[in-house]
Design a binder for this molecule. Structure first.
Ligand SMILES: Nc1ncnc2c1ncn2[C@@H]1O[C@H](COP(=O)(O)OP(=O)(O)O)[C@@H](O)[C@H]1O
Ligand SMILES: [Mg+2]
Length: 235
């Protein structure tokens, strides 16, 4: 589904990603692990069209998407949940969800069906449809931004550190929801600092270090590389 070949990403003179290649097959849950500053968020941004590669290519379902805009990528089935976890605080839960469906707002039947599906996956949101999003807890806001991203009906969901800063019991909940989403058919590329937990639910993993892929493999294969522990466990 997704193939990244030798991308370089920069912010002006700063090289955030030097040389990253990776692939995600349809239906897979793949994680991107690595310490702070490794280039994980930048890699996700490049897939979502927010950051253009200075070198290399990004291919989605056989199409070179390297120069497409974020809007064009949403229409091609890519949705990103950034690490900033931004909700529209003064809008209700329901209004936040409707904004996620903006790209297909005229397809009201399909949007209503996805909304229903999200309420089944995230029952807590159903209880709070009319509540301003700003009044939700951190864990609830995380559920809302994931559900909002799902409202565009993506085939590829990019999740940037969904467990960051949440209490352990909430973190477990979020991971359960990611598993449920994956079962619903969406392909997921997950960025996590919580490597142990992330590798428990993933099919394959990439470890980034200083803007390059340091390792790729199943959880068992990564675990064998004791030299990598300090990198992906961030300690
Ligand atoms: N907006 C930005 N401007 C300049 N440098 C940035 C910006 N965002 C990230 N960087 C730099 O790019 C590198 C990779 O960052 P990032 O992709 O956010 O890493 P990660 O998500 O793995 O923590 C870091 O050195 C970071 O300081
Ligand atoms: Mg990041």
């Amino acid at each position: 589904m997704l193939e990244i070949k030798g991308i370089e990403l920069r912010y002006g003179a700063v090289k955030a990603v030097r040389d990253v290649s990776l692939r995600v097959e349809k239906g897979e849950l793949v994680t991107l692990l690595g310490a702070n500053g490794a280039g994980k968020s930048s890699t996700l941004k490049s897939i979502a069209g927010v950051l253009k590669p200075a070198r290399g290519t990004i291919t989605l379902n056989g199409e070179n998407i390297s120069s497409l805009s974020p809007e064009q990528l949403v229409r091609r089935g890519v949705a990103m949940v950034p690490e900033t976890r931004d909700v529209f605080p003064d809008l209700t839960v329901d209004e936040n969800l409707q904004l996620g469906a903006f790209s297909r707002r005229f397809d009201t039947k399909a949007v209503a069906a996805t909304r229903q599906q999200m309420f089944e996956l995230f029952p807590l949101l159903a209880e709070r449809v009319k509540q301003p999003a700003g009044t939700l807890s951190g864990g609830q806001q995380q559920q809302l931004v994931i559900a909002r991203a799902m409202m565009s009906n993506p085939s590829l969901l990019l999740l940037d550190e969904p467990s960051l800063g949440l209490a352990p019991v909430i973190v477990d909940k979020i991971f359960e929801m990611i598993v449920a989403l994956r079962k619903s058919g969406v392909t997921i590329l997950l960025v996590e600092q919580n490597a142990t937990k992330a590798m428990k639910i993933s099919d394959r993993n990439y470890v980034l270090s200083l803007g390059r892929v340091a390792a790729e493999g199943t959880a068992a294969e990564i675990a064998e590389r004791s030299d990598l522990k300090s990198i992906y466990l961030g300690s």
